[in-house]
Ligand binder design. Structure first.
Ligand code: BGC
Length: 752
């Protein structure tokens, strides 16, 4: 019990002053000498143009206030300026949902449970749907949850291209093709921003490996940057109007991305017209004037959390850099003439513009608890269901026939656990998730007996089960169970300890013991289905010929268990297609020999020949090609028409074709359109994806699918002209069910 006396009262007053000071420091609020701001100051008027508001507000800020804004207030917030009523931007990690961040700066509610949010399917799963509507609805649901938590800037989407199949963060992104990644990124951003939440497209540019991500210098020629590593960012800026771009950790062509004027000024702002805010990745700055002058607006994190974190031995060991845009350093460089006040004004304007455009200035954030609602879970479920790729289905084992399959053995380390996502900053703590075993039990119905065995434990999850004897025992149990059942479903794959931010995988092999488990179960039961969780290719070569059916279920978010069961029992006809070329070993990859680099230098020697562009060039068919995925039905492709046959005015070409569901089940097909330019003055890929449509059809029905091709789809980047060039001549149009399964071919002439 506390008794109040004078002494205590004095202590309490003192304490409350300290708390107030700490609160100001933590919230990063800058209280400049009091200066009256009229309530009708133009910048407060939401009816004025954003640029007028920015101009007015900037004119009212002191040099100190401006300099204070270039570094974060703390881990996830920008500096607020109370006397001007300027709120902070409150960030949260994405992109697969809202990361449950436990740092004080992200706590909008005392109860930690409120940070549990919907775990949506990983970016790679969303890409596998080839359905921009899914990407947009995921983005919108995340935007809603952000608002409900009182946050207003999500750190996603990740649109980096899958160059190296071993990259630890492949699961976050949208695969190997720039066009597909662009469509998905644009849709996601539109969804997020429709809720008034700032989307942050990341990591600009070419963040393609975790190995030494703070130190490596990537040598990438300009054509390759423009044709492979930039397009998804460009589309985010020009088509989705993204409000924020995050720079990458590593160096590109000799200069850190955070101080790379070529990237941030020449390309992003001058070529693409970006007007929003550039934020650094967390701990990726290495200079003051160099960074500010290159057009980096905001260094994150900032304040006390940054000081503490940067002082840690681990941050130093990793090569994190930060603390360069702290107010005192910026002011000192302004004084020394290394940074002009006009440059500071530009950077601050970018932050203010983003605050006005997104509506953050004009609304008061009221947190609600509308998180993980049934509607948001439904978005996660649709995404998971559309993402699953049927890789093999010999003898049409799937969907399981209820008249024949009366008992199912569910086996494996990914059966009773929902592997919703990969590891690192994107990891979402869900409120509840449906494991495949739960989903299967729920769907199987009364007539079907479902049994379960672990089979093998995931390395590192339970050391007692990792000994050779324990493994033997677990495998024997699984085999015995499988032998008695009508069908065996084996669920394996990578965990957050295998695929994660911060490190790359060493191999594409499945974790220890999983191949052996699959082979043993397949021997015991000829109706074996293998389902795996992964964000990139895994080596299937040791068992793919031994099992009739294989499904890639990605990291499918919290509803993945339902989606898997729907596909197994036929409630959902699988329609996902691979967003990358599926290989078994890293040595098959175009990046092999040029990863992870030598002496911290990585040569992108394969140039534009990433993924299927490389396999096509060398006439190699990987285990499963880009764009591949089977269905429980068959689709017929016919009647390709291209209008107009000749065009001299740069108008669009219309490509149409007929798609027919020739099987017995309703289903969706993703029709892929590739273009080939055989006459160019430079070497061009055998084909490049320039269009796709996901079309649902009931059996016996057909529909006309229409694409338009404009000049942009025909152009290559000319390093001589420093521009995109379309050369007249004949272009081939290839329509396929995958990059290796072209069903229709035609051509048109582009004349001068
Ligand atoms: C990641 C970013 C993330 C940031 C903040 C970094 O390590 O690369 O993607 O948004 O941390 O958590």
């Amino acid at each position: 019990m506390i008794h109040f006396n004078n002494h205590n009262a004095r202590n309490i007053r003192l304490l409350s002053r300290i708390f107030a000071l700490v609160a100001v420091l933590v919230a990063g609020v800058v209280a400049a000498p009091c200066q009256d701001v009229p309530s009708n100051a133009p910048y407060k008027n939401s009816k004025l143009l954003v640029e007028e508001r920015v101009h007015d507000l900037l004119g009212r800020m002191t040099p100190e206030e401006k300099a204070s804004m270039l570094s974060g207030a703390n881990w996830m917030e920008t500096v607020a300026i109370l006397r001007l009523g300027l709120p902070s931007i409150k960030m949260a990690d994405g992109p697969m949902g809202i990361r449950s961040w436990h740092g004080p700066s992200a706590k909008t509610k005392a109860d930690e449970d409120h940070f549990r949010s919907t775990a949506f399917p990983a970016g790679i799963a969303v890409a596998a749907t080839w359905d921009p509507e899914v990407a947009q609805s995921v983005g919108q649901a995340i935007g809603q949850e952000m608002r409900a938590l009182g946050r207003n800037m999500i750190l996603g989407p990740t649109v980096n291209i899958q160059r190296v199949p071993l990259w630890g963060r492949n699961f976050e992104g949208y695969g190997e093709d720039p066009y597909l990644a662009g469509r998905m990124g644009v849709a996601y951003i539109k969804g997020v921003q429709s809720e008034g939440v700032i989307a942050t497209v990341k990591h600009f540019a070419a963040n393609n490996q975790e190995f030494e991500r703070h130190r490596v210098d990537e040598a990438i020629d300009e054509r390759t940057l423009q044709e492979i590593y930039f397009p998804a960012f460009k589309a985010a800026v020009q088509e989705a109007g993204v409000w924020s771009v995050m720079s990458a950790y590593q160096k590109v062509n000799g200069s850190y991305c955070a101080e790379n004027a070529f990237l941030l000024q020449d390309v992003l702002r001058k070529q693409w017209g970006f007007k929003g805010l550039v934020v650094s990745d967390w701990g990726s700055t290495y200079s003051t004037a160099g960074t500010v002058n290159a057009g980096m607006d905001l260094e994150m994190p900032g304040g006390e959390p940054a000081r503490t974190w940067l002082a840690k031995p681990d941050s130093k060991k990793n090569g994190n850099g930060g603390g360069w845009l702290w107010q005192e350093k910026v002011l000192a460089d302004v004084k020394a003439g290394n940074i002009s006040t006009a440059t500071i004004d530009e950077n601050v304007s970018a932050i203010l513009r983003t605050i006005f455009v997104s509506g953050i200035f004009d609304r008061s954030e009221t947190a609600s608890s509308e998180i993980d609602t049934p509607a948001q879970r439904a978005v996660a479920r649709r995404g998971a269901a559309e993402s699953i790729v049927l890789l093999k289905n010999a003898g049409n084992l799937l969907p399981l026939d209820p008249s024949k399959i009366k008992s199912i053995a569910v086996i494996g380390p990914d059966a009773a656990v929902a592997r919703t996502g990969g590891g690192g900053s994107s990891m979402v703590k869900f409120k509840s998730a449906v494991s495949p075993l739960d989903g299967i039990k729920e769907k199987a119905g009364n007539g079907v007996q479902v049994s379960y065995a672990l089979g093998v434990s995931t390395p590192g999850e339970d050391p007692a089960k990792d000994t050779p004897e324990a493994r033997d025992q677990l495998r024997k149990e699984a085999v015995a169970l499988s032998a008695k059942a009508d069908a065996a479903i084996v669920l394996v794959g990578n965990s957050v300890k295998v695929e994660s931010e911060d490190f790359d995988r060493k191999t594409l092999d499945l974790p220890d013991g999983q191949d052996e488990l699959i082979k043993a179960v397949a021997q015991a039961n000829r109706n074996t289905v293998v389902i795996f969780n992964a964000g990139a290719p895994v080596n299937v070569s040791r068992w793919v010929d031994d099992v009739p059916s294989v499904l890639d279920a990605w990291f499918g978010g919290e509803e993945m268990g339902h989606a898997i069961a729907d596909v197994l029992f036929g409630g959902v006809n699988p329609s996902g297609k691979l967003p990358f070329s599926f290989i078994n070993e890293f040595k098959e990859s175009p990046a092999y020999g040029n990863y992870p680099g030598e002496d911290l230098h990585v040569k992108y020697a394969e140039g534009i020949y990433v993924g299927y562009r490389y396999f096509d060039k060398h006439g190699i068919t990987p285990q499963f090609p880009f764009g591949y995925g089977l269905s429980y039905t068959n689709f017929g492709y016919s009647d390709l028409k291209i209008k107009p046959g000749k065009d001299s005015s740069g108008r669009k070409f219309e490509v149409s074709m007929k798609l027919r569901n020739e099987g017995k089940r309703a289903g969706a097909e993703v029709v892929e359109l590739y273009v080939h330019d055989g006459h160019a003055s430079v070497d061009r890929p055998v084909k490049e994806l320039k269009g796709f449509r996901r079309v649902e059809l009931v059996p016996g029905k057909s529909t006309t699918v229409i694409f338009t091709i404009d000049k942009n789809a025909l152009a290559f980047y000319s390093t001589q002209k420093k521009d995109w060039v379309t050369e007249p001549g004949t272009f081939d149009v290839l329509i396929g069910a995958s990059s290796a399964d072209i069903r229709l071919k035609g051509s048109f002439d582009l004349t001068n």
